[in-house]
Design a protein around this ligand. Sequence first.
Ligand code: SF4
Length: 469
Amino acid sequence: MAGIFSHTPINVPQQLFFPLFSLQHRGQESAGIAYRKEHQTVVYRDIGMVSSVLSRYLTEQRSTTTGIGHVRYSTHGGNKVENVQPLHVVCNKGEIAVAHNGNISNTRTLKSMLFEEGSIFQTTSDTELLLHMISRSRARTFYDALVETLQMVEGAFSMVLMHGDSLVAVRDPFGFRPLYIGRKQDMTVVASESCALEILKVTDYRSVEPGEIIVIDRHGQRSDFLPRQPHRRQCVFELIYFARPDSRVFDMSVHEARKRMGASLARADESRIGDIVIPVPDSGTSAALGYADEADLPFDFGLTRNHYAGRSFIMPTTSERELAVRMKLHPVREVIAGKRVILVDDSLVRGTTARILVGLVKDAGAAEVHLRLSSPEIRWPCFFGIDIPTRSELISNHLTPEEIAATIGADSVRFLSLDLLRDSVQPPTDYCYACFSGRYPVDVPLTAEELMAGSRRDTAAAGTRGDSP
Ligand code: SF4
């Protein structure tokens, strides 16, 4: 997600292409932009990657002041063309476009209330809810209606909005998702990660604060704040897996944070087995470096990633799934053969890919494969914008690490503990760890069935709203 405002008209759609391209890892299903043209908002959006949907803007001249853009992967509402962002409406508060990163956790309640009162929804995305609420607000101005709406929604919402020619950036009071703002000469850029600012050579940037609302227009830039929460709840999974390693999120280097997680994992690994540390690229690479440094073991690229393979495909049969993983990752036999391999990945979800990967490394001649994960066991779904499956699908709800090793064919499996994960980020009290602990910072719509799905391995407090992990 990105937004640009320039006091002097520039080719905003073209400039938006680059930050969105840098943020492609945050969503590969669809892409879109909205920009101002002769006092109207033009929207172009479609299913597909940035390079295919938006490359037309690289060569055409469209001089304007304001634009926003989005890349999407669906955690709410599915991958339908009507859900592709930015969403755009003309209503009693003017012409509004919005691009949203996160999930509104009380969508169900708010949507059914509006539905009962006659609202017609054109998408199944939670973002549309915001536009309905802004339009229906009795507040006189767009800005007051926006503030009123933001105080009614819960969960994760880092957003950029366009209201007429003005650009608005918002981050929810818990600060679940990252958001950065920076400036170069006349141009202000807002984006989810710092890598998206740096591609435009914007080096003077800062984090949008949790609860901050920033308006940028021809009069300048001003900030206001929603009522503050006692603690931030930044998504620790951004640091573990989601963000790009060359980015800063939550004012921390993603690469350095991952290295610390890997080093902690090695320090706690009393097994001391292994001849070589191999990452599962790309998200396991920084953690594997940290592990190898700490364990004083050689590090090498024993798996090569094909960068043209895109996302893992969902294939119905085991052999097809194996082929899909092989299309993406392939072993380097010369690195692996005869070695006791410490294979470092960021996390374990269903275990399907891990089983295939362990098989690949063993087939390449590894003497042993010890899987190390730089995050704790994922046991709970996320309601704040990361696509984690249901509890019953999460392997750690059914099996202990020893049982997982036996199931995926590894010689051992170890996870980073929650305490050590907390020690890897600063300050630890500013983060959400709910997918590991089950303690959510806000009320979430967990069904009784979901609560029971992991009961074999649950602690009494999990699944409740609780402020500490
Ligand atoms: S539940 Fe997990 S993935 Fe979701 S916001 Fe919290 S830490 Fe991030």
